[in-house]
Design a protein around this ligand. Structure first.
Ligand code: COA
Length: 196
């Protein structure tokens, strides 16, 4: 059987939203990425940061085992964090994707930016990529992330026991999802909040 080629995580067009923009990670972003990943709030849920620029490059700019595209989140032209979308399996089940994100600049958290970022990615995945389902799996203890994803319209599917291994411990995560027919209502709420 022919091997499936995993695409580059930085070979993607930018994604434009009404308030935030996602652009593929570039070499010049690596020092910021290292700094963001060392921030205590990010580290708490992302584990130990890469040890060097070379390690960050390997983690964030080079292909992994499944297809994944990684972006710097820009707010008014300033990089404030990272978001990625991925398919669990290369070559099939590409009707579903997962997303992960962090806001690395402390002054950009708790101001609605994360919710705006998630909604912008959902709009892209449902409206441009025409996906059927988007998933996210925050740690059960990460109440802020869970609240953010609920605001964007994600629903709870259940608990994944010991689904992550962070700081030397297995931790439970929620499995949250949105289906394509739930997106129009979530988009209406987003638009209503924007015009308020
Ligand atoms: C999680 C994260 C992406 C959310 O982005 P954000 O911009 O901070 O989130 P928002 O401001 O859009 O929404 C946060 C919501 O959680 C609420 N919140 C904050 N801390 C909370 C807590 N300890 N418990 C419950 N809710 C909390 C806020 O009040 C807000 O809800 P509200 O609008 O109803 O008041 C961001 O905080 C982050 O990157 N954190 C560190 C890394 C991380 O956890 N990444 C996610 C891994 S799954």
């Amino acid at each position: 059987m022919a091997a499936i080629e995993i695409p580059s995580p930085v070979d993607h067009d930018p994604i434009e939203g009404p308030r935030v923009r996602f652009r593929p990670i570039e070499e010049r972003d690596l020092p910021d990425l290292l700094r963001w990943l060392a921030d205590p709030e990010v580290r708490r849920y992302y584990g130990e940061p890469p040890a060097s620029v070379a390690a960050a490059r390997a983690d964030y700019m080079e292909p992994d085992v499944s297809p994944c595209w990684r972006f710097v989140i820009e707010l008014h032209g300033r990089g404030v964090g990272e978001i990625q979308y991925y398919h669990q399996y290369a070559g099939y089940q590409e009707w579903t994707a997962g997303i992960d994100l962090f806001i690395g600049e402390p002054d950009a958290r708790d101001r609605g930016v994360g919710t705006e970022v998630v909604r912008t990615m959902l709009a892209y995945l449902f409206e441009m990529k025409r996906l059927h389902r988007v998933i996210i799996d925050p740690e059960v203890a990460n109440r802020r992330a869970i609240r953010c994803y609920e605001k964007a319209g994600f629903r709870f599917d259940g608990v994944l026991r010991h689904h992550a291994f962070e700081h030397g411990e297995y931790v439970d995560t929620y499995f949250m999802s949105m289906l394509e027919d739930e997106w129009p209502e979530a988009r209406r709420r987003w638009e209503a909040e924007r015009t308020r």
